[in-house]
Design a protein around this ligand. Structure first.
Ligand SMILES: [Fe+2]
Length: 460
């Protein structure tokens, strides 16, 4: 009884205290008040810096004054005494944001890990630690695995982009990695990255990210040369097989259990002639020397545009001949804020080679209207999506889901022993109504004739 009276008096005092009330209003007006760096690690990101069977890299952030970077790692055991058998690994620290002294970025690379093994790790300065996080290395052999593919997350990441990343993870927590096809953030600023990390939270420390830059990872200040993201290389680590040091983390390949994943930095292409020759020569060599049965190229700009008013002929003419020459199986893109899937609309086949299949998708809430060239066999507008891809020696199975968790697209590419593909759209797709509503903000991109064609095509 006395206790209840005491609690009641405390509640009355708090509600009458203008200072308390003011603070709570102040807090609620600043949704980022708790996003400042501290002495403890946050923004933990796992990536693959080399052989996926034996290496992982982890990056994180603290207050700028913390310059020690340490990680501990051990094969997972069920008992809680993880530090007992953990190996300690020292890392490096560089400013979280180039040119700023607010936050320190840290990185540790784990090497010589055992293939197909579950590990637990934590990061810190040797005294102040993160929680223990877990991941599994890939197998050293070719064989079945899965990954999640996301188009642009880019805008309103905390409010609406977050649900796509979280829904995808909740749906497929066993996927081996997340692949992002560029424009992860609309601008590479602290404000956008805090939203991005808020969206992914601890998921980013458990499931590695495999990324390629989009045009929004670049900045073009007025009358100044274009600059690359001030955060990208601090956060992510890719295998060191780029055409030059400048393109580290931007153009690279990752061989994952029988698939060569190639990140091709499309926005960097065409900046100058010399660099274009360098990266195209590198791509040719990377495709020519691919020992894997499968090839997936992921690049921000679509080879065939998906959104109205876009048609990147220059990019297509540069890259498509190589994709066809080597029969790249799948090309994953973003940029167009719509969904499209199809082979080249000209129907051109290169004898003895597989036709590349092109997919464009979008994860975040920025929405465009569909292109009236209608080249693709499956499309969507005004829809946030995520994709789940399973690959084995014999087949690649691709499923696209809306952010509501509903299947939207589903196909299988089967590969024979001699490497030739057959494509099969799952019969269930025909029964799924295509989502083709034009976002209001995109209506101005259509002429009256185009709107008429659009209505005819989709009976809208
Ligand atoms: Fe873009």
């Amino acid at each position: 009884m006395m206790k209840n009276i005491f609690l009641f008096l405390i509640a009355v005092l708090v509600s009458c205290n203008p200072q308390v009330e003011q603070n709570s209003v102040k807090q609620s007006e600043n949704e980022y008040s708790n996003f400042e760096p501290t002495l403890f690690p946050d923004r933990i990101m796992l990536s693959i810096p080399g052989d996926p069977a034996t290496s992982r890299a982890v990056s994180w952030r603290t207050l700028f004054t913390i310059t020690e970077s340490v990680a501990q790692i051990t094969p997972v055991v069920a008992s809680p005494g993880l530090e007992k058998d953990a190996i300690t690994k020292k890392g490096t620290s560089t400013p979280w944001e180039e040119g700023s002294q607010v936050s320190m970025g840290h990185k540790v690379v784990f090497e010589n890990l055992k293939p197909a093994t579950k590990y637990a790790y934590r990061v810190g300065d040797g005294e102040r630690w993160s929680e223990w996080l877990q991941f599994k290395t890939s197998s050293a052999e070719d064989g079945p695995f899965t990954f999640l593919y996301f188009g642009d997350v880019q805008n309103d990441i905390k409010s609406l982009g977050s649900r796509t990343v979280r829904q995808a993870y909740t749906h497929f927590p066993e996927a081996d990695f997340m692949l992002f096809a560029g424009d992860l953030v609309s601008r590479s600023t602290e404000e956008y990255w805090r939203e991005f990390f808020y969206a992914g939270g601890w998921i980013f420390g458990m499931m590695p990210s495999v990324v390629t830059p989009g045009n929004h990872e670049y900045d073009k200040p007025e009358n100044q040369p274009r600059t690359f993201s001030k955060h990208w290389n601090q956060i992510y680590s890719a295998p060191a097989n780029s055409p030059s040091e400048e393109y580290y983390n931007r153009n690279y390949y990752l061989d994952y259990q029988g698939v060569r994943f190639i990140s091709f930095d499309s926005p960097a292409l065409g900046e100058n002639e010399e660099d274009s020759v360098l990266v195209i020569t590198w791509l040719d060599k990377t495709l020519a020397e691919n020992p894997n049965r499968w090839t997936v190229l992921f690049t921000h700009y679509p080879v065939y545009s998906c959104s109205q008013g876009r048609n990147n002929e220059k990019y297509r003419n540069t890259i498509k001949p190589l994709l066809e020459k080597y029969g790249v199986d799948l090309v994953l893109a973003g940029h167009d804020h719509t969904y499209c899937r199809g082979f080249n609309p000209e129907g051109i086949e290169v004898r003895g080679k597989n036709m590349p299949l092109y997919v464009v998708s979008v994860a975040g809430p920025k929405m465009y209207g569909l292109n009236t060239s209608f080249w693709s066999e499956r499309m969507a507008s005004l829809t946030q999506l995520y994709q789940y891809v399973s690959v084995s020696r014999e087949k690649l199975e691709f499923k696209a889901f809306t952010v509501a968790g509903e299947l939207y697209d589903h196909f299988v590419i089967s590969k024979t022993d001699n490497g030739m593909n057959t494509f099969l759209e799952s019969p269930e797709v025909a029964a799924i109504v295509q989502r083709t509503e034009i976002p209001e903000s995109a209506l101005e991109n259509y002429s009256e004739d185009e709107l008429e064609q659009y209505q005819k095509k989709f009976n809208k």
